[in-house]
Structure formats: C-alpha cells, structure tokens
Ligand binder design. Structure first.
Ligand SMILES: [Zn+2]
Length: 349
C-alpha cells in the first residue's frame, strides 16, 4: 500500500497499480527541473558542498513540503541553485529519462526552463545541448523538449530566451514554446509577439493557463497567443462556452490533478474538474507536472483518478490515447504509437 502525502489518497490495490505501471504511456506536461529524482539532486547538492537545510538524502522529501504556491516557487529556486555547470544538466537529463523509462513513459514532451546563469555558468545554448546529451543517452524513452519561458520576465526577456534557444533548437530537440510563472499578475496578451516569433521559427506552442487564474487566462492564450495546447486549463470548467470551444476544436488540455492539489489550486482530488472536462468531451490527458517535488508518478496519478473520480479501466485507456493524439509527433508517428499502445500486451489489463 502506498499513499500520496499531498492528498491522503490511499493508492492501495497493488495489482491495479501494477497494471497502470506496465501500461505504455505518453506524458506531455512535465518540467525536467521538477522531475529530478532525489538521488540525482542529492548528488548535485553534495557536489557543491552540501546544504544545511538538507542534512541527508532522506531529508529531501521534507524540503519539498509546501505551505502555498509562493513557497513552492521559493523551493524551486533553491533547487535550481544546484544546476551550475553544463555537466549538471547532462546529469539530470540522464536521471529524468531513466525514471521515465522505468515508468514506461515511452514518449514525453518535457518543459525545461532555459536560464542565462551568467558569471561563468552555462549559456542557454549549452544547457539545452547538455540536456539533450543526457536525455538521448537513455534507452526506452524518447523526450522532446519544450522551452518554458517565465511570464515574470516580461515579453522582452522571453524573446531573448527564445532567440537563444532557437540557435540550437534542432540540435537540442526543442520542438515547442511554453509559458509559465505568475499567471494572475502577468496575463498572456503581451506575449503575443513572442508566440508569433516562435511559430516563425517552426516551433509548436502551448501555455500554462487556467491553473490559478480564471477562464479569461485560457481565452487569452487561445486568442492572443494562438496556442495549440493548454497546460492545466482546469478553470476552463467555469465557462461553458470555453468548454464547448475546446471540444469543438479538439484543443488539447494537459491536466495535473496531483500537482493542483499540492499547490492548492484545487482543494481535493475528488473535486478536480478533470472528470467534468473529460465527460464533456475535452481532449484531456494526465501528467505529473513536477513529480519529484510533489511525490507523484504517472501510475499513481492514474490510480488516484480511479479511486477518487471513478475512472474506469477503459477511461484510463482513453486518457492515454488522448495523450497520443495531443502530442506533437508527426501524424504518421502518432498513428504508429496508437497502434503500439492498442497492441501492447499490457493494454488488455
Ligand atoms: Zn507545469
């Protein structure tokens, strides 16, 4: 038996969890820096002389217990302080890809947050290429990258980051642009020029929206940024016209229930809008967002949906196929992946 500390949901029924672990999966909303396995992060902490807040590796889960969203951001920044050299990015690339392969996540489109470390640290280009080296060295999974810019840095800063990424996008396997950060203080509209530039560079587009801000944030991402996918989007449920639009256009939504409970965006798993959005016909898939910081796994997320929102086995399969349909692989590869899922020995359960 195991439980998720953030929700108190008992993820018992080990046989079911075993099936969910064996199922092939695609994950489309995963931040590489929030997915660093604790062993790898501990290695980096030791490399840089330790940290008084974390006496040993066993203390890391406690270090990632949050009071609220600002507290989560503080701890995110603390962790980023241990990524100082290109080799560190390669190390986390290897560690995260190994974890994805272990979970049978055969394909992922993962965010990374390019930052100009400065002061002799790696450039955005060096970070991107180092991550790629790490990710591509692991068998059993394939990871495409989405550069995630931060709303808080404003459109000018975002544009600078985008141009730096663009220099190595092909070599580093960066296929898209996303935006995160303080959704309530920084609405999407001023970033329209950044998204236009991304499209001109041949990148796909998505945006975090409707996580803590309301439906207008999702409408802004659609109308001003022209996104092809919405990350979180849970508050879309408050606007029937928006839900109808998402359904009609088959605009994909990546949903992260465990993360939303952990950050306080929703009060409980049982009240998460994923059930209502799924039932309405939205092309919605499930992901873990920052699994190593929230103590989550893909199988655990799927199990929690079964236990708290009564998702049937067939509905779980549909969520996984939705992820295949929502991903940015070429149409032929998406079709092949769908066939591979449907014919996988684990698919029948
Ligand atoms: Zn996210």
């Amino acid at each position: 038996m195991e439980s998720t500390p953030e929700s108190g949901v008992d993820l018992g029924r080990p046989a079911r969890l075993d099936w969910l672990e064996r199922l092939p999966k695609v994950e489309l909303h995963l931040h590489l820096e929030g997915a660093i396995p604790h062993a790898a992060l501990w290695e980096l902490i030791c490399k840089y002389g330790g940290d008084p807040a974390v006496p040993d590796a066993a203390a890391l889960p406690g270090r990632f217990a949050y009071r609220d969203f600002p507290d989560f951001i503080d701890r995110w920044i603390w962790k980023q302080g241990f990524l100082r050299e290109a080799a560190d990015y390669e190390l986390i690339g290897v560690a995260v890809a190994s974890e994805l392969a272990r979970q049978r996540i055969v394909y992922a489109e993962a965010f990374y947050s390019p930052v100009d470390v400065g002061q002799g640290g790696p450039s955005v280009q060096e970070e991107s290429l180092a991550l790629r080296r790490g990710l591509s060295s692991v068998a059993g999974t394939e990871v495409a990258l989405i550069a995630d810019v931060v709303r808080d840095q404003g459109p000018e800063g975002a544009m600078t980051t985008l141009e730096a990424v663009a220099e190595v996008a092909t070599e580093a396997g960066v296929i898209g642009l996303g935006i995160g950060g303080s959704e309530q203080r920084f609405p999407p509209e001023p970033f329209a020029c950044v998204y236009e530039r991304a499209r001109a560079l041949g990148l796909r587009t998505t945006a975090h929206a409707g996580e803590v801000a309301g439906p207008s944030s999702v409408w802004g991402a659609i109308r001003a940024l022209g996104v092809e996918r919405i990350d979180h989007g849970l508050r879309a449920v408050e606007d029937p016209d928006l839900v109808a639009y998402l359904v009609e256009r088959r605009l994909p939504v990546t949903s992260c229930p465990g993360s939303n409970v952990a950050t306080g965006a929703v009060a409980s798993r049982a009240g998460h809008p994923i059930r209502r959005l799924f039932d309405a016909g939205v092309l919605i898939s499930v992901a873990t967002d920052d699994p190593a910081m929230f103590g989550l796994s893909m199988a655990g997320e799927l199990a929690a949906l079964q236990l708290t929102l009564d998702f049937t086995d067939d509905e779980i399969r549909q969520l996984l196929l939705n992820a295949v349909e929502s991903c940015w692989l070429p149409a032929g590869r998406r079709a092949a992946l769908r066939v591979a899922f449907l014919t996988d020995p684990a698919w029948v359960g």
